[in-house]
Design a protein around this ligand. Structure first.
Ligand code: ADP
Ligand code: MG
Length: 744
């Protein structure tokens, strides 16, 4: 399918894959997967023949769809990454654009495949794995200098939002700045208002992904579950060049999570949802049109009809290597939709792309290089023909040299030079300056090494990660805190947090163990080195003749050193892997916590009328009596106002206030500052808690069984606390009443 037409061009059709979502239903008679065919793979559905009048007879019909490969229910995330994403990542590293997009109905596993599951490290999807892979390559490749940038955008109702924007409070999607599209004279699109953030390493990139995902999650307002109806595009921009060369390679990798592909007739019609359904339909409809036009090689391709097709223009029939994953569900009720996904994929497979090696001469770099060459030629010439000067350097000249040396040291360009001309005095002065700087650095290094040595003495290899438990944030008022305890206990995400907490604890133990091993190996290497030195001294004292012979004892020691070194390296490798996992799990936990906090905020504002609302008890009755506060249904009057402003300023402290809210996440990038170490010895009382919500005190467990009438907390006299206590009591009563009375 792929062919190198000319150097630097790859012609290839869009590669299509299918992934079947695991199901508990018995589906062996409904579909089958065949990956052994020479021509590729296929998935086949066996469904009752529909006579078109709603009447179904018992004849069966087979539908077969071809794919490059079909991943059945048991396929794991690693396999998906290796087969689908790794080849694309390789091309991106080589300077070609790449796109992977997931297409399928809501709930068929698009987000699971592209981003990953929110539960465990093993569930991480294509984005984090690809980032890992790219940065690993970037670190190892010493022949190239790379810079990487990242953007993350969400297209919802044909409006484009920047998920990485850090200036605005991202309470709702509508609060994010919108990104607009401009077409330049060559029909290339430019995205205005989209922040493209530099990310120097995997950790920073993962933090950006986390920031965007959290924005995506918290931006879902009460009115809509936006994520199923919006498209998300995570893009990595890679720029690489060889040191000394002015030729740069710029490539882009789009990882796209499309909106659910189900049709408008499947959705509940009414109000907001209809608008959304219409938009999603319109936008996927335009995608379909573009794809049909391309597959039929029509003259006009209607890219400009929608934002999404404009943004993905290159990926569809352009300068890009594109791969599509069709996510399908084989539950009986979803078969029709799954077949329409497969049908769509067959069209997509006809599209030919032509990926071009994105290499260009960077004029700025070229000019810089020519200037350098020019200067060095002049210097050479002067060196040969010029007269050395005799007088001392002036104060001004010395200062200028200092600045020059500083600039030289700070210049990241490996080819930067110190242009000093032929003046020997200047050259000498610079050497002296450099010497002073180096000896200063040496001193600092010694101090750091000593400190490290001390730290290692305690076996604490993972200090930067494990010592990050921060001081508790501002405490909640008592009433609200207790409400939070109860709310949290029943929340669906508590299990995720607890599971991951257990995983983290385990990993910390492993890391600690590895740290001990590392120290042991280091010690024994040092010990062997001492022995070796002793041995050499001894032998030097002995007969001269022997010196030339191979010393068998020395050889043995050297062999041991080699073995220990190998072990040492492998421990360090394991530690690095653990570190990545720990970081990922910590991010998962942070996300679950942010979600919990958000859900609580919504629930609290629903259950407790604020002062401006106290005269409207009807509001209370509209809320659903659910502790697992799901965002309420669309179109309900008044529900759009659930936001922070619902509370007077002094009540705006949130549970988990030590965990950054979505707004605070800007401080997350590039360093995670508020990770929490799991600890066995949490204080028992909820009021002393350092912010952990994972432990429930026995008193609080009992609290939920107390009847409203028995429930009396003495007031404190502090009006702020008392307000919250009363609000909580009201909310509880409300809730219990509604639990007792069946829903109308
Ligand atoms: P979509 O993004 O297409 O709406 P999701 O990716 O959110 O669907 O998947 C829906 C649910 O199914 C999620 O809870 C997800 O964790 C789960 N899921 C999807 N695919 C898989 C899979 N391959 N293995 C395990 N769970 C999956
Ligand atoms: Mg999704």
């Amino acid at each position: 399918m792929a062919g190198m037409a000319e150097k630097g061009t790859v012609k290839e059709t869009i590669q299509i894959f299918a992934r079947v979502k695991p199901t508990r239903e018995e589906t062996s008679k409904v579909y089958s997967v065949n990956n052994d065919e020479a021509a590729g793979a296929s998935v086949e559905f066996v469904v009752p023949k529909d006579l078109g009048d709603g009447y179904v007879n018992n004849k069966l019909e087979n539908y077969k769809f071809r794919f490059r490969r079909v991943f059945d229910q048991t396929a794991g995330q690693e396999e998906i990454f290796e087969t689908i994403a790794q080849p694309v990542a390789d091309r991106v590293l080589a300077g070609y654009n790449g796109t992977i997009f997931a297409y399928g109905q809501t709930n068929s596993g698009k987000t699971f495949t592209i981003t990953g599951g929110a539960r465990s490290y093993g569930d991480r999807g294509i984005i984090p794995r690809t980032l890992s892979y790219l940065y690993q390559h970037i670190i190892q490749d010493s022949t190239m200098v790379y810079t990487t940038h990242i953007s993350y955008l969400e297209i919802y109702n044909n409006v484009c939002y920047d998920l990485l924007d850090r200036q605005l409070e991202a309470c709702r999607l509508e609060d994010l700045p919108t990104v607009t599209i401009m077409h330049d004279s060559e029909q290339n699109i430019q995205l205005r208002n989209l922040s493209i953030q530099q990310s120097a390493n995997e950790e920073e990139a993962l933090n950006l992904l986390f920031l965007g995902d959290t924005h995506r999650m918290t931006a879902e307002t009460l009115l809509n579950k936006a994520s199923t109806r919006s498209h998300c595009i995570f893009t990595v921009y890679l720029c690489g060049r060889q040191p000394g060369s002015a030729t740069v390679r710029r490539s882009k990798l789009h990882l796209v999570d499309l909106a659910g592909s189900e049709r408008v007739n499947k959705m509940a019609l009414g109000g907001q949802l209809l608008t959304e359904a219409k938009y999603i339909n319109v936008s996927l409809h335009y995608l379909e049109q573009v794809i049909i036009s391309l597959s039929e090689s029509r003259a006009h391709i209607p890219y400009r009809n929608s934002l999404m097709t404009s943004v993905l223009r290159d990926s569809l029939g352009g300068n890009c290597m594109t791969t599509m994953i069709s996510t399908i569900s084989v539950d009986k009720t979803n078969l029709k939709e799954s077949m329409s996904t497969c049908r769509f994929a067959q069209r997509v497979a006809l599209i030919k792309n032509e990926a071009v090696l994105n290499e260009e001469e960077d004029p700025v770099l070229l000019i810089a290089r020519l200037k350098r060459e020019n200067q060095s030629l002049r210097d050479e010439l002067a060196m040969v023909t010029g007269e050395p000067r005799q007088e001392q350097l002036t104060q001004y000249e010395i200062q200028k040299l200092e600045v020059q040396v500083k600039d030289f040291l700070e210049d990241t360009d490996p080819e930067a030079t110190l242009a000093l001309g032929t003046d020997l005095q200047k050259i000498r002065r610079c050497f002296t300056l450099l010497k002073t700087i180096v000896s200063g650095l040496r001193q600092q290094l010694t101090i750091i090494q000593e400190k490290l040595g001390r730290a290692n003495g305690t076996g604490n290899e993972l200090t930067p990660l494990s010592a990050v438990a921060t001081a508790p944030g501002p405490r909640l008022s008592i009433g609200k805190e207790e409400a939070f305890e109860i709310f949290m206990r029943d929340h669906e995400d508590r299990l995720t947090i607890e599971d991951n907490k257990a995983v983290l604890k385990q990993r910390y133990i492993e890391a600690k163990g590895l740290g001990v091993q590392v120290n042991k190996t280091r010690d024994s290497i040092n010990e062997l080195k001492k022995q070796l030195e002793m041995r050499r001294i001894q032998r030097a004292d002995q007969d001269h003749r022997e010196e030339e012979e191979q010393d068998p004892v020395e050889a043995i020691i050297l062999k041991q050193v080699e073995a220990e070194k190998k072990e040492f390296k492998s421990y360090i490798g394991d530690l690095k892997t653990l570190r990545t996992e720990i970081q990922h799990v910590q991010l998962l936990m942070e996300r679950a916590k942010v979600k919990l906090q958000k859900d609580f905020k919504e629930w609290w504002s629903e259950e407790t009328p604020g002062p401006q609302d106290s005269g409207a008890p009807s509001r209370l009755q509209t809320g659903r009596p659910s502790l697992n506060s799901k965002p309420s249904s669309p179109g309900r009057p008044g529900s759009g106002g659930h936001s922070l402003s619902y509370f007077p300023a002094h009540k705006q402290q949130e549970p988990y206030s030590h965990v950054p809210s979505a707004t605070d996440l800007r401080s997350f990038v590039p360093k995670i500052q508020t990770m929490q170490t799991p600890s066995e010895d949490r204080p028992a009382s909820s009021h002393q808690r350092g912010g952990s919500v994972l432990e429930l005190t026995p008193q609080l467990r009992d609290l939920s069984s107390i009847k409203p009438a028995d429930y009396s907390i003495p007031l404190t006299g502090d009006s702020r606390i008392d307000d919250d206590i009363l609000a909580f009591v009201r909310a509880r009563q409300n809730l219990l009443q509604r639990r007792d009375t069946p829903q109308q």
